[in-house]
Design a protein around this ligand. Structure first.
Ligand SMILES: CC(C)(COP(=O)(O)OP(=O)(O)OC[C@H]1O[C@@H](n2cnc3c(N)ncnc32)[C@H](O)[C@@H]1OP(=O)(O)O)[C@@H](O)C(=O)NCCC(=O)NCCS
Length: 172
């Protein structure tokens, strides 16, 4: 049976938020952990729009914080699927901060996440193929296999490290 195809645009979603006093760190900029929660949250929605199934986060590549986000800024997150394997898919999240007084906009952070899809029986399932259209989507799609390869190496290294680590609590 031929694999279904979806356009990147069918997976795209957005979230805009204000920066409240409870969201900031000691430097009075958006707390990194808060932004990471936003990133995982919106990426999971793009993943679900793509495969219409249950998904889990398999990995988050480094989240690069390029520009601080201040209380007078709004924070906009855009997420979409850039590439799909068999049961996994790569999601790109772009974070734009906008100074609400001046209108100045900057890329505040970027991240790539990998999600895996599961069927009703909780088995990994095949996901559709993704079809990029815009220049940005095509570039991210073309560069995805290299990132997937790097993740495979990193995953092996993480497994090796985990096999060496102790599960003893320090007080035991
Ligand atoms: C991620 C997880 C489902 C992988 O399960 P697994 O049985 O080891 O899976 P496989 O080795 O068969 O890999 C399945 C797919 O995931 C991909 N994958 C697995 N681990 C990955 C990682 N760390 N980074 C990127 N891709 C990964 C594989 O490349 C494979 O892709 P493909 O089907 O497109 O070829 C499993 O490790 C898991 O459940 N982890 C916990 C997830 C979780 O709790 N997330 C946070 C809360 S949602």
């Amino acid at each position: 049976m031929e694999r279904t195809r979806k356009f990147v645009r069918e997976t795209r979603c957005f979230k805009t938020a204000r920066v409240f006093p409870s969201d900031v760190n000691n430097h009075n900029t958006l707390f990194g952990g808060k932004l990471m929660a936003y990133i995982d949250d919106i990426a999971s929605i793009a993943a679900a729009k793509f495969c219409r199934a249950n998904t889990v986060t398999a990995s988050t590549d480094s989240v690069d914080f390029l520009h601080p986000i201040a209380p007078e800024d709004s924070v906009l997150l855009e997420a979409f699927v850039t590439w799909s394997g068999h049961s996994s898919m790569e999601i790109f999240v772009k974070v734009i901060r906008e100074n609400l007084r001046t209108g100045d906009k900057r890329i505040a952070a970027t991240a790539f996440l990998t999600f895996v899809a599961f069927d009703e029986q909780d088995q990994k399932m095949q996901v559709p193929l993704i079809v990029p259209e815009t220049e940005e989507e095509v570039k991210l799609h073309q560069t995805a296999p290299d990132r997937a390869e790097q993740r495979r190496y990193r995953r092996e290294a993480s497994r090796e490290l985990a096999s060496f680590l102790t599960t003893d609590y320090p007080w035991e």
